[in-house]
Each structure stands twice: as structure tokens, then as C-alpha cells.
Design a protein. Structure first.
Length: 724
């Protein structure tokens, strides 16, 4: 979870993704590339007349050189734009060159940056990291160029006619500069830039502090009762759905350190902590672990967070916002911080009754097991797990046998192809970085038009990035002369490769996360933005997760589950009906409580970022029982270090995950649930939601598809309807 910033779809900053293959399309792109960067490999490939107009560059030793060329070219274009006389600025000589530069350079930047995730060579990964630093520094310096900003402002003031997408694009360009204070007096601008640097420095310190926390506790075997015997010799590695925190799952891997006299060392890494909280029968142990975890990096780091929040507020005020949350939310679907608060409070209060009932069940169970000791937050995970074991006949270990990788993949392909009118075709013998990697073309089924390409790099291997995520290698766009560049995506996942007799089997959580990320791939393929930048996730992070969340739902419906499952020794035997039903109920089990706990963090995050001088500790003490049905916060808890997401990476935006889940539920339930493979609805979704290019307001997009405004009601009804 911590590394989310760096992951997946979250690889959002333009230099965070790519590959040492450069898939480019269209003769125009090819020529531009060859001409501007003079990479010999291209000329070589140009003659090879490959089907589909794509080429691959293996730039292992060229990464740093490529980065230099990218920077040189970018400087050249920026200089040219800056030198346009102010009375001669037009779309063609100002906006177009910048848009085309972005579209062409993005895949090249990705070629520099993505090797750090997938390359098999240590040397290449290092070069890739270095190249990324160079590129980042350059990009950051570009967004401080006053000369370019001045030309843009003159262009914008001239009021030349533009379509809505172009208008939006120009606004985004200008906004980038203004976030660096370019519209302010020079003293204020320096202050903005100083604050930005300070925020980066404090964030770095905060993360370092958490990472270097080496606190551990020692327990005897008895005190750890409940943890499986093999666990005592093992370390648990938690794997979270990259875009969801609702369900934790863990895999056993490595060894838990046993120190002298049979005592075991439990560190405060989230994998150890979650395992103890979920499995350990001894209430005292759970409490001690939870308390120690809540206290880590005590006093001093609280001041790091306080300073960080203050610096953010100052930064936002200089830019004309009343507080940081208003600034951060203004670029998102939610628009204002008060809307976010209202949303969170709405969710929390609608779920209070159900959460009360859920809590009563847990309390009763604790009474039976431990007597009259009061129920605390440290008991939540343990008793939830316990009830789930009793309630649902779900053996996730055995369930795996129904998800052999090839079957899951072909099932997922089938669902997406049928639903959205697509056709995927594998490209044989493609030039790739590892023999496991596969490449596919995606076509529109009825017209046969080539929509894009995607790579699947599915299996874990040494040195590969450790999360499941979608990475954009090239974005769709249309150049001024009408030439289209098509999207290219890469899906990285962490499946275990088969061991000979048994094929690779997926855990259910892996199936869901694969489905989710593949949803992003399809979203990328179907996007029809004219500007590379607007086809990305930088536009509206509240909106961009919605489609993938919608698609996760197919993993919980019997009809579609049966399409993606089959017993590995006899794939004609799909998963049993009762299991499908259990999975669906399990999905919502204790969801009111779980959601409330998440709402608590989100409220905390939103409040500290929307008001000045909040006493962080007091706020948390006050919020905790209020949201969590009277359960008090654990003694000594330091909220500053409990929710790293609020502090770094998701500041003022923690709500976004619940937000997208809620609206995704509305879409799925109202439009798809009763007819899972209805291509008419699927096509509507594809053309209205997936294709939309970021110029249109997300609420408008969703309303257009739903035929009404999106609402939180359906979600609440689902949660309540599927409860115990
Ligand atoms: C392309 O899309 C990705 C992800 O969808 C985004 O992060 C990136 O910023 C976009 N590219 C450009 C040039 O903005
Ligand atoms: C400011 C600072 O660095 N604070 C501390 C945060 O917490 C860690 C671990 O407890 C300390 O080592 C840091 O000094
Ligand atoms: Zn996602």
C-alpha cells in the first residue's frame, strides 16, 4: 500500500512509466522519431515492414543517451514557442507544437523509465532510475519557464476559437505554470517554489522515518497462539489490491526471526502487524501490537506532519485558495472540500445502523471467547475473520484450483471482448524484454479498426516491480495534421509461474486485481482523447478509477465467474454455484464497519487539510469514537504515523477510493447487473464513458450514461442488502 504512489495507474507523472521498447505507430511518428532522435535501430526496423506499424527499440545501453535527446528536443520546442512574437501567436505555432511534443515524447520517456520496473538487468534498472531523475528535473524546469507562460497567456487572451477539448488542454497548460506561481509577483513566486521544496523535503523525511522504524516486540509461542505453526517460522507478506484497502490477503513467504529462548520477533511492518491482528487468539498480544504500532515514530514525527500540513496550507493560499484541501480537490470530480466532507458524512451516517449490528455480532463473539474484557479496535480484524470463517464456506486455498491462469485470461478476454465489442489478437514472435511477455492488438469488432496494443508481463521474477498495475506506454492522440497515434499499454502482474505438473493458479484476490487492472488496459485502448495528456490519469483521479471498479463486479457474479474458472484438472468443471454466492456475500461482509473505519481516515485527512491549526491528536481522539460507534482510540496512538496515505501521496484525497467505488456501484447495479454481457449497454459505456477525453466534466459523462445524476444511494442499498 505504501508504495502506491509509485504504482500502477498511479504512475501518473509523465515520467513514471514506459519501456525500453518503444512502440510507436503511424509512419508520421516513425519519421519524426527517426529524424529527431536519430536512433539507428529505427532505420533498421523501418525496412522490416512489420504488420501493424509498430516497432520496438531495445535501448538497454541507450537509455541515458535517449534521455538527453528527449531533453534537448523538448528544450528546442519550448525555445521555439517562447520566441514567437507576441502579436503573432496562434494555435498552430504555440499550442500544437507543445501538444505534439508531449504526445511524441511520452512513449520515449516511458522507454527510459519503465525498464526500472521490468528489466532483467540491474544495470539497466539503475540507468533507468538515473534517466528518470534527469527527465523529472527537466520537466520541472520547463514548468517554470516564464517566457513560455507569457506566450500562452497572450494566446489565451486572444480568444482564438477552439473546441472544448483544446480549450481544456490550454487551461491545463496554464495551470501547470500557475502552480509554480508564475502569475504572481517575484517574491511570492519564490515563496511558492520554496514551499514546494520544503514540502518535498518534509515528505521525504516523513517516509524515511516510517521506513527506518526498527521497533519490534518479542513474544513467546504461547503469546502468539492462533498463528499457524508454519507462520511462526515464516514472515507474512501482505498483498493488497492496489486500488482497494477493503480486503487484506496474505501469502506466506520467508522466515519470522526466532531469537533466543524461543521468543519470536514481531516487527511493526504492516505484514507482521496485520497477521497478528487477524490471527492471534491472545487479546493481550493483539492489544500490545496494535498499541505499539499506533505509537510508532511518536512525538517528533507528529511535528513533521504538522509542519507539512502548514506548508501545504501556505502554498495553497499563495495560489489563491483558502486552504490546501480546496486547492487539491478543485481539480477533481468532487470539486470542493465541503462536498467531500458531506459525501463522507453521508456514507458514514447511512451505514451506522448496519455497522452497529455488525459490531454487536463481534462483541458477542468476544464475550464468548474472552469473557467480559471490553471490545477494542484491536479486536476488529480478529473477530471479523472468525465470523467469516464460520459464516462462509470459503477455503481460498482450495478455490485457487479453479483459477488456472490461461483459463482466467481467456475468460477475461471473452468478457471484455463481448461486452465492449472488441477483438484481441496475439502478436506472435514480438520483440519483447522477457520470454514470458505477450503482446496483443486490440481491434474494434465491427469496423476492424486497430485501436491499440497491449503487453502482458504477468509472472514474478527477480528484480521486477512488485505490484500489479497498468502502465501507459503511449497515449492516444491526434496531431494537428490529423495523424492519429494509438494507445499502447503494459500490464504488470505478479503471478507465480507454473511448476511443471500443476499450472499456474491464481488466488481469488489476484483474479480480482487482474480484472481491475485489465479494466484500465481496456479503458486505455478505448480512450479517444485528442491530447495525449488528456487521455491520462492526470486529469481527474476521482473519475479515472471508476471504470476499473465497475469491472471488478464481474468477479462476483456467477455467470461471469463461471466464464473465468474451471477446475485445473478438468476445466469443464466451473466453480460451484454455492461458492459464487458465498463470494458475493463475503465481499460485503462487515462492510459497514470496514467502510466506517476507512471514512474515519478520510475525514481525518480532509479536516487537517482544510482547517488551520488543528490539534491533530485531539482531532483524532474526537473523531474516532464518533465515527467508530463509540470505540475509543487506543491509548497513545499517534495519528501522524497511522495513516501514511493521508500524509503523503493522498493528502486531501484519501476519500477518492470510496468515491470511485460508490459511483462504480451505482453504474454496475443500475446498468449491468441484470444483464452482464449486454453489448448494447457495454457499447454505450465504451463510447460515453471510456472514450471520453477528459475535456468533459465527469459528472456530465456519468449522467449522460446513467440518464440521471450519479448517486450514493445504490451503493448504500447494496451494502445493506447484502449484509449478514
Ligand atoms: C498518458 O497517460 C498516462 C496514464 O494514463 C498519464 O499518466 C500520462 O500523463 C499521459 N501522458 C501525457 C503526455 O500526459
Ligand atoms: C524528525 C524526526 O526525524 N523524527 C523521528 C521520527 O521517528 C523516528 C523513529 O521513532 C526517529 O528516529 C526520528 O528521529
Ligand atoms: Zn485502479
Amino acid at each position: 500500500m505504501e508504495s502506491e504512489r509509485n504504482g500502477a495507474k498511479k504512475l501518473s507523472s509523465k515520467s513514471k512509466v514506459g519501456s525500453y521498447i518503444v512502440p510507436l505507430t503511424g509512419a508520421a511518428a516513425l519519421l519524426t522519431l527517426a529524424a529527431s532522435f536519430a536512433i539507428t535501430a529505427i532505420n533498421h526496423r523501418r525496412n522490416s515492414k512489420r504488420k501493424g506499424n509498430y516497432i520496438f527499440l531495445s535501448l538497454f545501453h541507450e537509455i541515458l543517451k535517449l534521455a538527453d535527446r528527449i531533453i534537448a528536443k523538448s528544450k528546442e520546442v519550448h525555445d521555439a514557442v517562447a520566441s514567437v512574437p507576441l502579436d503573432k501567436v496562434t494555435y498552430k505555432n504555440v499550442i500544437s507544437p507543445l501538444a505534439e511534443l508531449e504526445a511524441q515524447q511520452f512513449p520515449l520517456m516511458q522507454s527510459c523509465v519503465v525498464p526500472k520496473f521490468v528489466s532483467t538487468s540491474d544495470k539497466v534498472r539503475k540507468a533507468s532510475i538515473e534517466a528518470e531523475k534527469k527527465i523529472d528535473a527537466h520537466v520541472s524546469s520547463c514548468s517554470k519557464r516564464e517566457d513560455v507562460y507569457r506566450v500562452l497567456k497572450v494566446f489565451s487572451a486572444k480568444g482564438e476559437w477552439m473546441g472544448p477539448e483544446a480549450r481544456h488542454y490550454v487551461q491545463c497548460l496554464i495551470r501547470d505554470f500557475e502552480q509554480n506561481g508564475l502569475d504572481l509577483t517575484s517574491t511570492k513566486r519564490e515563496e511558492v517554489q520554496r514551499l514546494r521544496a520544503q514540502i518535498d523535503e518534509l515528505s521525504f523525511q516523513y517516509v524515511q522515518n516510517l521506513n527506518y522504524d526498527a521497533t519490534y516486540l518479542l513474544f513467546s509461542e504461547n503469546e502468539l497462539a492462533g498463528l499457524p505453526t508454519e507462520f511462526l517460522k515464516m514472515v507474512l507478506v501482505i498483498s493488497l489490491y492496489p486500488c482497494s484497502v477493503m480486503h487484506l490477503t496474505w501469502v506466506i513467504k520467508g522466515t519470522l526471526e526466532e531469537v533466543e529462548n524461543g521468543m519470536f520477533k514481531v516487527t511493526l511492518k504492516s505484514n507482521h502487524v496485520a497477521a497478528v491482528l487477524e490471527l492471534c487468539m491472545i487479546g493481550k498480544t493483539r492489544r500490545l501490537v496494535a498499541m505499539t504500532y499506533g505509537k510508532r515514530c511518536a512525538k517528533v514525527n507528529l511535528s513533521v506532519l504538522e509542519e507539512l500540513v502548514q506548508a501545504r496550507h501556505k502554498f495553497a493560499r499563495l495560489l489563491g485558495y483558502s486552504n490546501y484541501a480546496d486547492y487539491a480537490v478543485s481539480f477533481r470530480m468532487a470539486k470542493t472540500s465541503s462536498k467531500v466532507l458531506q459525501f463522507l458524512e453521508g456514507i458514514s451516517s447511512s451505514l451506522s445502523d448496519l455497522a452497529q449490528k455488525e459490531l454487536a455480532v463481534l462483541k458477542e463473539l468476544k464475550k464468548q471467547e474472552e469473557g467480559e474484557i471490553p471490545f477494542g479496535v484491536e479486536d476488529l480484524l480478529y473477530y471479523v475473520k472468525k465470523v467469516e470463517q464460520q459464516e462462509f464456506d470459503l477455503d481460498f486455498g482450495a478455490l485457487k484450483q479453479y483459477f488456472p491462469v490461461n483459463l482466467v485470461l481467456s475468460g477475461i478476454f471473452k468478457i471484455f471482448q463481448d461486452l465492449f465489442g472488441l477483438r484481441f489478437e496475439e502478436i506472435a514472435n514480438a520483440d519483447v524484454w522477457h520470454s514470458d511477455v505477450k503482446v496483443f492488438s486490440a481491434f474494434d469488432l465491427s469496423s476492424g479498426e486497430l485501436l491499440g496494443y497491449f503487453y502482458l508481463d504477468m509472472y514474478t521474477r527477480e528484480g521486477k516491480y512488485g505490484q500489479t498495475c497498468m502502465v501507459a506506454l503511449q497515449n492516444g492522440s491526434v496531431a494537428f495534421n490529423g495523424a492519429r497515434q494509438i494507445p499502447v499499454a503494459l500490464l504488470i502482474s505478479q503471478l507465480q509461474k507454473d511448476t511443471g505438473r500443476v499450472p499456474s493458479l491464481l488466488r481469488f484476490s489476484e483474479v480480482v486485481s487482474f480484472f481491475h487492472e485489465f479494466g484500465h488496459v481496456v479503458q486505455h485502448m478505448c480512450n479517444h482523447a485528442s491530447f495525449s495528456r488528456l487521455s491520462g490519469v492526470r486529469v481527474d483521479p476521482d473519475f479515472v478509477e471508476i471504470p476499473a471498479h465497475v469491472q471488478e463486479n464481474w468477479c462476483y457474479e456467477s455467470l461471469s465467474l463461471k466464464l473465468i474458472s474451471g477446475f485445473y484438472q478438468d476445466i469443464t468443471k466451473p466453480i460451484k454455484e454455492e461458492i459464487c454466492k458465498s463470494l458475493k456475500r463475503w465481499r460485503y461482509s462487515f462492510s459497514a464497519l470496514k467502510l466506517k473505519q476507512e471514512v474515519l481516515y478520510c475525514l481525518f485527512d480532509q479536516i487537517i487539510h482544510s482547517a488551520d491549526d488543528v490539534d491533530i491528536v485531539e482531532l483524532f481522539k474526537h473523531l474516532h469514537p464518533k465515527v467508530m460507534l463509540g470505540l475509543p482510540v487506543l491509548e497513545g496512538t499517534n495519528p501522524a504515523s497511522c495513516f501514511p496515505r493521508c500524509a503523503i501521496g493522498y493528502e486531501a484525497a484519501c476519500y477518492s477510493r470510496i468515491w470511485s467505488e460508490v459511483f462504480a456501484a451505482d453504474i454496475f447495479t443500475s446498468m449491468f447487473r441484470d444483464d452482464l454481457l449486454n453489448q448494447n449497454v457495454g457499447m454505450q459505456f465504451r463510447t460515453k464513458v471510456l472514450a471520453s477525453g477528459g475535456a468533459k466534466d465527469p459528472v456530465e459523462i456519468l449522467s449522460d450514461f446513467l440518464g440521471r445524476e450519479p448517486s450514493i444511494r445504490t451503493f448504500i442499498d447494496n451494502v445493506i442488502g447484502c449484509s449478514l
